[in-house]
Design a protein around this ligand. Structure first.
Ligand code: SF4
Length: 165
């Protein structure tokens, strides 16, 4: 009897109750590979899979970063609201409090050490429009001359590691 019940529940655990498909694209590099994210509900848990879609640059292939890109958005440890360290512990604060804290500290740093004491670090994952706004924010709002993006650190390092291996 126990064997039959176990077999029944094991089979049940493999059954897909519902399935959703989302058309999306990888945000990680300039290839911007197209993909579909497949979300399957099995009992109470969700299972995800990525399927590459045809596009002129990578012809439907995805690299390992793209295959796992969704984990950034869905990970349980993802930070979804501002946190401030108080007495050694991170505590949740409002967006208003976070922005005023940032403004206060940015103003103080620039008053003490000059406008170029702050720098802006962009991302290969942002859109052209966001990159434009980031540039404006650096040059017009902060007035800093230091602006760069993660390609200098992450992709250059990856390229030299790849060529050496
Ligand atoms: S799947 Fe890989 S190659 Fe394609 S956009 Fe993402 S990081 Fe770039």
């Amino acid at each position: 009897m126990t064997e039959i019940l176990l077999k029944y529940f094991r089979t049940k655990q493999q059954e897909v109750q519902s399935e959703k498909r989302y058309d999306t694209q990888c945000p990680f590099c300039s290839m911007q590979c197209k993909m579909q994210l497949l979300e399957q509900t099995i009992v109470t848990r969700k299972k995800y899979m990525t399927i590459g879609k045809d596009n002129p640059t990578s012809e439907g292939r995805l690299c390992i970063k793209g295959m796992n890109a969704h984990q950034h958005a869905l990970h349980k440890d993802r930070i979804k609201y501002p946190l401030l360290k108080k007495n050694g512990e991170f505590v949740r604060i409002s967006w208003e409090e976070a922005l005023s804290h940032i403004k206060e500290n940015f103003t103080k740093i620039q008053a003490e050490d000059g406008v170029n004491a702050l720098s802006v670090y962009g991302s290969a994952s942002i859109s052209n429009e966001e990159a434009y706004l980031l540039g404006k924010f650096a040059r017009v709002a902060l007035k800093t001359k230091y602006i760069d993006y993660n390609g200098r650190l992450c992709m250059s390092a990856a390229a030299s590691a790849a060529s050496q291996t």
